[in-house]
Write a protein that binds this ligand. Structure first.
Ligand code: 2RA
Length: 350
């Protein structure tokens, strides 16, 4: 039989992409139920070419549901995912509420698909978009070379902060367009005003070395997620990881520079072969021809794009990469849908 799916948070930035993906992927689902906050209930959204009414989140909404994809704030997921799981629903959750719970697998289907089968709490967690934007490429290299250390810097798109992030950048871009701004200290700040939306500083004509909330010793929550989640997904609890997360004026698609150190010497030729054949990865790397991934070209696509593959000049065991991934697709909705599809196979297999 075809399993019943609920999409919880169907009206958000990621929920919208979830519905597009459900309309594009093979139609493996029976009923698809759309769920959101009471504020959005009654709206109709298109999925699989049909208009479906959005239902208000309640316990009853999970009656008869087999799998639920959640994209809601952490505190909403923390309350509702266990309630749904208690009704027998397998919850695939894209919040941070359960990612580091030892009884909740953290799954990237190209890297650790088997982890999705062991879910003592009935919940499978989807990683954060920053981790997801590079982990498929890094995981493929790890499988061959054995990863020892990861040093990354992110260049994160504003849609990682939701619709508010996108609206903030668009508003600020209008305020600075066609101007001579960006030539003296504080001129951009004065032009965009005090309302910097979800960001601590203006993001138009700027880069902001901050994403998430403050954690111990000056680290951001986003940087801690990259470290903790990479370790869990790769099954390397002692992996050395250092991340610096930066917001840039890009609407959608996170980019990262990656310095990855491995157990033994690596060659660029072998690394390129691995990246060229790894599922979910596109190697796009010919600097002489001006070819490398950029967010403006990658947005709207599914794979993890890799370019600028070099061996570190001072360490023959390390590689340098530039990686781009659409933070709303692979970084959120797509990976969640891929996990849900893995779980769905258990139902269709009987
Ligand atoms: C961001 N990674 O880009 C976050 C969203 N979960 O802000």
């Amino acid at each position: 039989r075809k399993p019943t799916l609920a999409v919880v948070g169907a009206t958000g930035a990621v929920g919208t992409v979830m519905l597009q993906i459900l309309s594009q992927h093979a139609d493996i689902w029976g009923e698809i139920r759309l769920v959101a906050s009471p504020r959005s209930a009654g709206r109709k959204l298109a999925v699989r070419g049909e208009q479906v009414e959005v239902l208000a989140l309640s316990e009853e909404v999970f009656d008869g549901v087999d799998v639920a994809m959640f994209d809601v704030p952490d505190e909403v997921a923390a309350r509702w995912a266990p309630l749904a799981a208690a009704k027998g629903v397998v919850v695939v959750d894209n919040s941070a509420a359960f990612r580091m719970d030892p009884d909740v697998p953290l799954v990237v289907p190209e890297v650790n698909p088997h982890a999705a089968r062991v879910r003592p709490r009935g919940i499978v967690a989807n990683p954060n978009c920053t981790t997801l934007s590079m982990i498929v490429a890094v995981g493929a290299l790890h499988a061959e070379f054995g990863l020892r250390e990861l040093i990354v810097s992110s260049y994160q798109a504003v849609s990682g902060a939701g619709r508010d992030g996108v609206e903030t950048l668009r508003r600020q871009l209008k305020l600075v367009a066609g101007s001579e701004l960006g030539t003296s200290p504080g001129d951009v700040r004065r032009a965009v005003g005090d309302d910097t939306g979800p960001f601590p500083e203006p993001v138009a004509l700027n880069v902001v070395p901050w994403a998430g909330t403050l954690r111990d010793d000056g680290w951001s929550s986003e940087e801690m997620k990259v470290r903790d989640e990479s370790r869990k997904i790769l099954g390397l609890p002692g992996l050395r990881v250092a991340a610096t997360c930066v917001r840039v004026p890009v609407i959608t698609t996170h980019s990262l520079t990656v310095h990855a150190r491995f157990e033994d010497e690596v060659t660029v030729d072998r690394a390129r072969e691995i990246l060229a054949t790894a599922p979910g990865v596109v190697l796009f790397d010919d600097p002489a021809a001006g070819e490398f991934p950029t967010p403006a070209d990658v947005v709207g696509t599914d794979p993890t794009w890799v370019g600028r593959v070099r061996r570190a000049l001072d360490d023959p065991t390390a590689l340098e990469l530039f990686v781009c991934g659409d933070n709303l697709r692979k970084g959120a909705a797509l990976n969640t849908a891929q996990i849900a599809e893995l779980v769905a196979k258990e139902f269709t297999a009987g």
